[in-house]
Ligand binder design. Structure first.
Ligand code: GSH
Length: 234
């Protein structure tokens, strides 16, 4: 079937360049589902395992060589999950993921950044440095000691978020937000690389189970790998 002509069939189509089971792409796919925007997106796969994200054609779209990237109908490229989520959330003029008031916006950005720094990015460094990662053709430099430190950092981050989730139902206050999505990305990645959530983090585990009751999240977690939830410490 021919794609609809964006000039005649409603709002313009956008393209997302990603890898369907990647944990960072999952963040944007969850946001899309929450905002009910899937029908406006055309997905283009970039094969991480072949290293296509480091090829010049892709680097021209995103200098950082990472997925996902959103391409607008006018040819603008927006990379970085946070930036893409802010854009998608603002499209309908009724942001639900990135905050309505200045205070909500500030807190959500702060906690999402912490979920990146302390959990998701740390798991990513562990994967790329202390495991075979994407394989020898893609992982041109590895530093196992650095990777193992980041694994420990990720588990410290999990303990931090466990403490937060003991006192409130979501990462920021009483509502689901981009900060939850970022932490979900971290736990999806942890599940994929068998990096255990510490057994004592019961509030974090209960929150993750609750998050998977949302269809937007359940589908992602199921697609992203064999581990439906990160294993507990064995
Ligand atoms: N800061 C970026 C990180 C994105 C990222 O690391 N994506 C993964 C895909 S799951 C990737 O491209 N990894 C390949 C690599 O780092 O070489 C974002 O938030 O979008």
């Amino acid at each position: 079937m021919a794609s609809p002509d964006p000039k005649t069939s409603g709002p313009a189509l956008m393209t997302i360049h990603d890898w369907p089971t990647g944990p960072y792409p999952a963040r944007v796919r969850i946001a899309l589902a929450e905002k009910n925007l899937q029908s406006r997106i055309r997905f283009v796969s970039v094969d991480l395992w072949k290293g296509e994200h480091k090829w010049p054609e892709f680097l021209a779209k995103n200098y950082s060589g990472t997925l996902p990237v959103l391409e607008l109908a006018d040819g603008t490229f927006i990379a970085e999950c946070t930036a893409i989520t802010v854009y998608l959330d603002a499209l309908d003029g009724a942001p639900t993921l990135t905050g309505r008031t200045p205070c909500e916006q500030g807190l959500i950005q702060m906690m999402s950044k912490r979920a990146e720094l302390e959990v998701l990015d740390a798991v990513s460094v562990y994967f790329h440095h202390a495991t075979p990662g994407l394989g020898p053709d893609v992982e041109l430099y590895q530093n196992a000691e650095w990777g193992l430190r980041q694994r420990d950092k990720a588990q410290r981050g999990m303990r931090y978020f466990d403490g937060i989730l003991r006192t409130q139902p979501f990462v920021v206050g009483d509502a689901f937000s981009m900060a939850d999505i970022t932490l979900i990305g971290g736990l999806i990645f942890a599940g994929l690389v068998d990096l255990a959530v510490p057994a004592e983090c019961t509030a974090l585990q209960a929150w993750y189970a609750r998050m998977q009751e949302r269809p937007s999240v359940r589908n992602r977690v199921t697609m992203s790998g064999p581990a439906v939830a990160p294993p507990r410490d064995r």
